[in-house]
Design a protein around this ligand. Structure first.
Ligand SMILES: NC(=O)C1=CN([C@@H]2O[C@H](COP(=O)(O)OP(=O)(O)OC[C@H]3O[C@@H](n4cnc5c(N)ncnc54)[C@H](OP(=O)(O)O)[C@@H]3O)[C@@H](O)[C@H]2O)C=CC1
Ligand SMILES: O=C(O)C1=N[C@H](C(=O)O)C[C@H](O)C1
Length: 268
């Protein structure tokens, strides 16, 4: 079987560089293209050089023109960029792995529609450990389904632009669904002032931003006399990149469909 040719968009970003490194170190795939916004200082530079490795791929601002060289695009950028890249992939018949967070309801509908034409993996966290935590949370919420207040705390680096993190929101969705609730109806995003006593039906979120924290998530199930905390801490972005490569290989050769990392990892 031929090797999947991977394109990376947002090549000079934190995840873009990590993905280039992961692809160049993986013998099972090849780097077919690296793309950034036209006007980015990275345009024209050697993609491998961005991460101290050798490569014959130059960073390009022409994603549509580069489609012929790739089988799958990996996108960790911003919602507006991702939706443009999605359309370019759809027109070219190329699959896409989307890690971008902060995508709104209309954007999610556009992703689902595009997945009727091309294969898409869309997940707020590609790390295997976090996807295991989603399963643990489902179990914990079903068992601790009465008398436990649920609070989700996440911490990320000072450069992060969306809050709560996509992962924290998915954790909330998993817990709410296990309890038969709709997160939209029960989420409380931060508290201030005279809030009154806690409503037991709510799921609370708290966000920390600072320094170079890669990504910490804790879900607390707080009862009277005991507390269960389920925590994941990332100390490197490499697990996100390696998960993305698994996702790219998962959709390689598929015609279409919308998947997430639970599908890729066989956790369903
Ligand atoms: N699903 C997962 O496992 C993970 C998801 N993420 C998510 O990935 C996204 C990117 O994170 P990170 O790498 O830290 O961010 P960075 O800001 O470091 O990188 C973003 C990249 O996208 C480019 N970009 C910005 N806006 C656009 C646009 N409108 N169109 C095209 N390209 C654009 C940037 O270019 P320029 O610098 O020129 O602006 C940059 O190259 C975030 O949404 C984050 O939450 C992050 C880690 C893991
Ligand atoms: O922006 C980040 O860095 C991360 N974003 C993702 C999110 O919003 O959940 C995943 C990870 O936590 C890192």
């Amino acid at each position: 079987m031929s090797k999947a040719r991977i394109g990376i968009v947002g090549a000079s970003g934190r995840m873009g560089r990590m993905l280039i490194e992961a692809v160049l170190k993986d013998d099972a795939v090849v780097l077919g293209g690296a793309f950034d916004l036209p006007g980015s200082p990275a345009i024209g530079s050697n993609a491998g050089a961005l991460v101290g490795l050798g490569s014959d791929v130059l960073v390009s601002g022409d994603l549509a023109g580069g489609m012929k060289d790739i089988d799958c695009l990996i996108d960790f950028t911003r919602p507006e960029g991702t939706l443009e890249h999605l359309e370019i992939c759809r027109k070219a018949g190329v699959g896409i792995v989307i890690g971008t967070t902060g995508i709104d309801t209309a954007g999610k509908a556009a992703i689902a529609a595009a997945a009727r034409d091309v294969p898409v993996v869309f997940a707020p966290n590609m790390a295997v450990g976090v996807n295991l935590v989603f399963k643990l949370l489902d179990t914990a919420a079903r068992i601790l389904n009465e008398g436990y207040d649920i609070e989700i705390v996440e911490a990320h680096h000072r450069m992060k632009v969306d809050a709560p993190s996509g992962t924290a929101l998915r954790m909330g969705e998993v817990v709410a669904s296990a309890l038969g609730r709709d997160l939209a109806d029960c989420a409380v995003y931060g508290r201030e002032g005279v809030t009154g006593e806690r409503d037991p039906s709510t799921i609370g979120f708290a966000t920390v931003r600072g320094g170079d924290i890669v990504g910490d998530h804790t879900v607390m199930f707080c009862g009277l006399g005991e507390r269960v905390e389920i925590t994941h801490k990332a100390s490197s972005r490499m697990p996100y990149a390696l998960g993305s490569l698994r996702a790219a290989r998962f959709i390689f050769g598929r015609a279409n469909g919308l998947f997430d990392m639970q599908d890729v990892l066989g956790f369903r």
